[in-house]
Design a protein around this ligand. Structure first.
Ligand code: DQQ
Length: 470
């Protein structure tokens, strides 16, 4: 029987485990998406680099594995996360080789259009972490060129203190000189958000006149959330001025970004499962890639986020409504549309009271339903999965994202529902992603709701989405 939870238009390998996006690069027009994968099963085992390519950011071709651990080599226990750069016409990967307790930067190049990769015979390119620091972790890489010199950030943490990113420089990507920690966090500080005791998957980018450092918070073997810091960067000094959690839904982690040939900054992240390992084993797969997201710098120095417009190519049959007034008790407003593979765009009139939104994956009797709820008083948005499934084992936490609408501004929700994935974009400035696992096959209904004052729905468009696989 067809797997009811397996997404149809989000990228994932044919089976087994996947996690972080890696090595994002556009090469001769083609987008390359590498990713962490375990080809031997649906759990985080021996990690390889998977590889997929696309001409349009929508349809992907899954290609042969790009990197596999070399027996006896510095990556014998795993090829962990890293990035891709164009080294004067040579596609080059910088990744973490894992061997026993050691995590070390390694380099590989391709001479056949990014399909097969030759590891540098003298890997690792940094033989050991800086001796004067007591580090927790030394992995994941952001590499860029600055004034003709390669710079690199490596994710780390200083024991007892907090996360850290270590700054290096190199002329040739092969021999690296350590400079200093670019930034060190505080594992005990929780305001405005907690940053963990080790920072995974750093990404560092210039955007709209600012610099953005994206980090994923890790603590004692567990992954938490991804956050960004916006600030200024000059003379190897980064001064953060503000920041936020990237996607507070609790399932978006270890993202990476790239600049494409249209000079757009695009981000993908790993959408983690929200069901027990046993169920992942039974399904034979675990992990999905987010949709590609377009980043921008907003005037208030926060990150703007929107789905890339190319995704419109997936829109199939169209349904529309609007001009509705939702009041408490309104229901049955979308009885003519059903589905688990949809895009919905809803525009609500400005209001400052109550909670309202949409319901997706509803069973006819309402036993199962997932809410996309906007809390107007507090200006925050959540996916509420508390009644998403009769399966008691899947996660049901509600996590809120600040949207912060201006006075008089309506709410525009763009919802991508793809079976177990719900990605909700709000007004170009927030995205909340959740994973849901309805147990009932008839949980395909939709509805609108309001709790509190009446709210106007100016327009609603719903598209049935095409899948991206044959
Ligand atoms: N995943 C990779 C690491 C990274 C972590 C291992 C983040 O390189 O720190 O699969 O999810």
């Amino acid at each position: 029987m067809e797997d009811p939870h397996r997404p149809l238009y989000h990228f994932q390998p044919a089976s087994n485990w996947m996690n972080d996006p890696n090595g994002l690069i556009q090469w001769d027009g083609t987008y390359h998406l590498f990713y962490q994968t375990n080809p031997n099963g649906p759990s985080h085992g021996t990690i390889h680099w998977g590889h997929a390519s696309s001409d349009d950011l929508v349809y992907w071709t899954d290609l042969p594995l790009a990197l596999s651990p070399t027996p006896g080599g510095p990556d014998q226990a795993g090829c962990y996360s890293g990035c891709a750069v164009d080294d004067d016409g040579v596609p080059t990967l910088v990744y973490t080789g894992v061997s026993g307790e050691d995590q070390r930067p390694c380099v590989a190049t391709s001479a056949d259009g990014l399909i097969s990769w030759r590891k540098y015979p003298r890997n690792p390119v940094i033989p050991a972490p800086p001796e004067d620091l007591d580090l927790v972790g030394f992995r994941d890489h952001a590499v860029w060129k600055e004034d003709g010199v390669w710079r690199q950030l490596i994710g780390s943490g200083i024991r007892g203190l907090g996360g850290a990113v270590l700054l290096y420089r190199s002329k040739d990507l092969l021999s690296w000189e350590y400079e200093k920690p670019l930034l060190v966090g505080d594992k005990d500080e929780t305001e405005p958000f907690w940053t963990g005791s080790m920072w995974e998957c750093p990404d560092f980018l210039a955007l709209g006149g600012k610099h953005v450092l994206i980090l994923s918070a890790f603590h004692q073997g567990d992954t938490f959330h991804t956050f960004y810091l916006v600030g200024t960067y000059e003379n190897s000094e980064f001064e953060p001025e503000g920041g936020a959690i990237v996607d507070p839904g609790g399932h978006f982690y270890a993202p990476q970004t790239m600049v494409d040939e249209q000079n757009r900054r695009i981000m993908w992240g790993w959408l983690r499962e929200g069901r027990p390992e046993r169920e992942q084993q039974e399904a034979g797969w675990s992990g999905v890639m987010s949709l590609p997201r377009l980043l921008s710098m907003r005037v208030d120095a926060s990150l703007g986020v929107e789905p890339v417009p190319e995704l419109k190519a997936l829109r199939g049959e169209h349904h529309r409504s609007g001009g509705l007034r939702l009041t408490p008790g309104s229901s049955g407003l979308l009885e003519n549309v059903r589905g688990d593979c949809l895009e919905l765009v809803a525009v609500f009139e400005p209001t400052e009271a109550g909670e309202f939104g949409l319901k997706v994956r509803c069973s006819p009797d309402g036993e199962e339903q997932t809410l996309i709820v906007y809390d107007a008083k507090n200006g925050r948005l959540a996916v509420d999965p508390s009644r998403s499934s009769t399966n008691p084992n899947v996660h049901k936490d509600v996590r809120w994202a600040e949207v912060g609408l201006r006075e008089g501004e309506g709410l525009r929700l763009q919802i991508f529902l793809d079976r177990s994935v719900v990605e909700v974009f709000a007004n170009g400035r927030a995205c909340v992603t959740d994973r849901i696992y309805p147990a009932r096959r008839d949980s395909l209904g939709l509805d609108l709701f309001s709790r509190g004052g009446p709210v106007g729905l100016s327009s609603l468009h719903i598209w049935e989405m095409h899948g991206i696989w044959e």
